[in-house]
Design a protein around this ligand. Structure first.
Ligand code: SAM
Ligand code: GLN
Length: 310
C-alpha cells in the first residue's frame, strides 16, 4: 500500500521557528522578534499568547495572511509599514511609505520641548510649529501633552500630511493643529509667529544614503536626504526661523551624528543668543536648542539646563 501523503501542520511554534531561520538568512535584524510581532498582528493577540498556545495550528487564512507579511519583511520592508503603525510616546501613530517611521530618539526631543513649553508659558497657551512633520509624531504628541497649546505642522509631502491629519484626529488634537503643505516656511504667513519651532529635518548626507540599512532605504528619500553634508535644511531653517519666532522663542532640532556642534554654531552665527545640546541614550549629541531671546545669554541657562539635563 502506498504511503499516504503527509502534510505539515503549521503550529505557532513550528511557524515561528521556520520564520526565524528564514529571516536570519535574509539578514533581518531581529528575526525571532519580528516573526512573533507579525504573527501577533495576524492572530490579533499579545505576544505572551503565542507562548501559551505554541501547539495551536494556524488556519489556511491565517497562514496566507502571515505568509504575505513574511514575504514583505524578508524584502526589508520596515515592520511599521507592514503593521501600519508605530508606537511613539503614549500613542500609536499610523504610518505609510509616505512617512518616516518615528524613532525613539525623537521621543527625547518631544520630552525636552514639552518641558520647555511648560517653563516658557506656564499658563499653557504656547504656539508651536513643526517643520517636516511626516506622520505628525512630534506636533501631535506635543499637543497631546500640552492641552492648551496650538500647533502647525508643515511638510512638502501631501501624502505625509494626509497621514499626519489622521493621526491628529485619532489622538484628539485636530482642533488645535493645522497642517500646511509648504516648502519649509514658504506658506507660513510672514506675520505668523511661534513660541517654539521644532524640526527633525532630513539630515543624512546624500552620499551616505546608499550605505544605510536596507530597511531605512525603504523610507522616503525626501525624509532622509539632507544634501551634500546633511546640513542643507538646518541652514535654510536657521536663516528664516527668527522672523517667525516670538521675542523669547525657542528653536529645537533633532540632528544626525557629528552634527550637533556645527548646527549650534550655525544658530549662534545667525544671532541666536544661547544654545544647548542634549545627547541621546547612545551618548550621541542628538538635539540642538537655540533661544532667540532678547536678554543676556546667561539668563537662559536655567531653561536650557532644565531641558537638556537628562
Ligand atoms: N517629523 C517626523 C518625525 O520626526 O518622525 C518626520 C521627520 S523626516 C526626518 C523629515 C520630513 O521632512 C519628511 O516628512 C519630509 O517629507 C519633510 N520635508 C522634506 N523636505 C521638506 C521641505 N522642503 N519642506 C517641508 N518639509 C520637508
Ligand atoms: N533618524 C533617521 C535615521 O536614523 C534619519 C532621519 C532624518 O534624516 N531626520 O536614519
Amino acid at each position: 500500500m502506498a504511503d499516504k501523503p503527509t502534510f505539515t501542520t503549521w503550529t505557532i511554534l513550528k511557524i515561528l521557528d521556520w520564520t526565524k531561520q528564514y529571516f536570519a538568512e535574509k539578514g533581518v535584524e531581529n528575526p525571532r522578534l519580528d516573526a512573533e510581532v507579525l504573527l501577533c498582528a495576524v492572530l490579533q493577540c499579545q505576544r505572551i499568547k503565542l507562548y501559551v498556545d505554541f501547539e495551536r495550528p494556524l488556519t489556511a487564512d491565517e497562514l496566507a495572511t502571515y505568509k504575505g507579511y513574511v514575504q514583505r519583511r524578508a524584502q526589508h520592508e520596515p515592520l511599521a509599514y507592514i503593521l501600519g503603525e508605530k508606537a511613539f510616546m503614549r500613542n500609536n501613530f499610523k504610518v505609510t511609505e509616505a512617512t518616516l517611521v518615528p524613532r525613539p530618539e525623537t521621543e527625547l526631543l518631544v520630552e525636552s520641548v514639552t518641558i520647555a513649553a511648560k517653563k516658557m508659558k506656564p499658563e499653557g497657551e504656547v504656539k508651536i510649529l513643526d517643520i517636516g512633520t511626516g506622520s505628525g509624531a512630534i506636533i501631535v504628541s506635543l499637543l497631546d501633552y500640552l492641552p492648551k497649546a496650538k500647533g502647525v505642522g508643515v511638510d512638502i509631502s501631501v501624502d505625509a500630511l494626509i497621514i499626519a491629519k489622521e493621526n491628529a484626529e485619532q489622538i484628539g488634537v485636530k482642533e488645535r493643529c493645522g497642517f500646511v503643505r509648504s516648502d519649509l516656511f514658504e506658506r507660513i504667513p510672514a506675520d505668523k509667529k511661534f513660541d517654539i519651532i521644532v524640526s527633525n529635518p532630513p539630515y543624512i548626507p546624500a552620499a551616505d544614503i546608499a550605505t544605510l540599512a536596507k530597511d531605512v532605504q525603504k523610507e522616503p528619500i525626501t525624509a532622509l536626504d539632507g544634501g551634500k553634508d546633511g546640513l542643507d535644511f538646518y541652514r535654510r531653517i536657521i536663516a528664516e526661523a527668527q522672523s517667525h519666532m516670538e521675542e523669547e522663542g525657542l528653536l529645537a532640532f533633532e540632528v544626525g551624528i557629528h552634527q550637533c556642534d556645527v548646527v549650534a554654531q550655525l544658530c549662534k552665527d545667525a544671532g541666536f543668543v544661547a544654545t544647548a545640546i542634549r545627547k541621546d541614550y547612545a551618548d550621541i549629541g542628538r538635539m540642538v536648542f537655540a533661544v532667540k531671546g532678547q536678554r543676556r545669554e546667561n539668563e537662559y541657562e536655567d531653561l536650557l539646563l532644565e531641558i537638556t539635563k537628562y
